[in-house]
Design a protein around this ligand. Structure first.
Ligand SMILES: NC(=O)c1ccc[n+]([C@@H]2O[C@H](COP(=O)([O-])OP(=O)(O)OC[C@H]3O[C@@H](n4cnc5c(N)ncnc54)[C@H](OP(=O)(O)O)[C@@H]3O)[C@@H](O)[C@H]2O)c1
Length: 245
């Protein structure tokens, strides 16, 4: 039987790249989606194809643009003519203090974090259903408890959490839909205030590792056939107290 196929958005670097490596290590073929990080995505595909030929490919699309998201969905279906897993990982993240935002901020934060996952869910569900596939949405602990001055990001992730639960209800029994809500894993590249406050408010007092997220994605996708509609916090206990940050 042909190896199962996963599409991971935003997979050229950081958590997405680790997720692609882990799923590939579990025997999946991977479609590595990227926007600007084409070189890193190509290098990752080369690394994985050196392990198993024709087991990884790269697709580029700007998820802010719904037409490009639909093209990505079609290309993903055509690539190996099957799809078993969609991981909605790509995300824009930056502060949007109230009173200082444009329509473009709404588009960037809502489209990458919520609208693109919705379009991909609709477009790919029939193909995922053919092999009892699943969808995993990468949410955030801030979907439940807001991060100061990040209203649009938190709204988008809260929407993604409901998309997870609502689509799990609607797409069963053929497709499972779950979420992973990371706490502090890798700090944003543009910097993060209050890093020590955030860690102090985290029960395990440290950042997690990208492998913690990738491992939970693999578990939900491959080892949890009776789990759907759940959002698992992988956050070192960050969501328990939530003072600071
Ligand atoms: N890092 C953490 O500690 C943490 C904590 C909580 C939640 N999360 C969630 O975990 C996921 C991965 O986190 P991360 O820190 O690895 O993410 P990231 O580095 O901030 O972003 C991942 C990728 O998303 C892609 N992306 C952003 N906007 C896009 C757009 N409009 N179209 C296409 N691609 C777009 C970028 O791809 P290109 O580089 O190719 O442009 C980027 O490399 C995200 O959903 C994030 O919200 C992470």
């Amino acid at each position: 039987m042909a190896d199962p196929v996963a599409l991971i958005t935003g997979a050229a670097r950081r958590l997405g790249a680790e997720t692609a490596r882990t799923l590939h290590g579990r025997g999946m073929r991977v479609i590595i989606h990227c926007r600007h990080s084409r070189d890193e995505a190509d290098r990752l595909a080369d690394e994985l194809n050196a392990v198993r030929p024709e087991s990884a490919c790269v697709m580029q699309a700007d998820l802010d643009k719904p037409d490009q998201v639909r093209i990505l969905a079609n290309m993903a279906i055509q690539q190996w003519r099957r799809l078993d897993l969609l991981v909605n990982n790509a995300s824009s993240f930056y502060p949007t203090p109230i009173g200082n935002n444009s329509d473009e901020d709404w588009t960037r934060l809502i489209n990458s974090n919520l609208r693109a996952p919705w379009i991909l869910t609709e477009a790919l569900a029939p193909t995922l259903a053919k092999h009892n596939g699943s969808i995993i949405n990468i949410v955030d602990v801030y979907a439940e408890k807001p991060l100061a001055q990040h209203t649009l990001y938190c709204v988008a992730k809260a929407g993604l959490a409901m998309l997870t639960r609502s689509s799990a209800r609607e797409l069963g029994p053929d497709v499972r839909v779950n979420g992973v809500a990371p706490g502090p894993i890798l700090w944003p590249e543009q910097g993060q205030d209050n890093q020590s406050d955030i860690l102090q408010a985290t029960a395990l007092k440290r950042c997690g590792n990208p492998t913690d997220i990738a491992g939970m994605v693999a578990f939900l996708a491959l080892d949890a056939p009776y789990v759907t509609g759940q959002i698992v916090a992988v956050d070192g206990g960050r969501s328990l107290g939530f003072q600071g940050g």
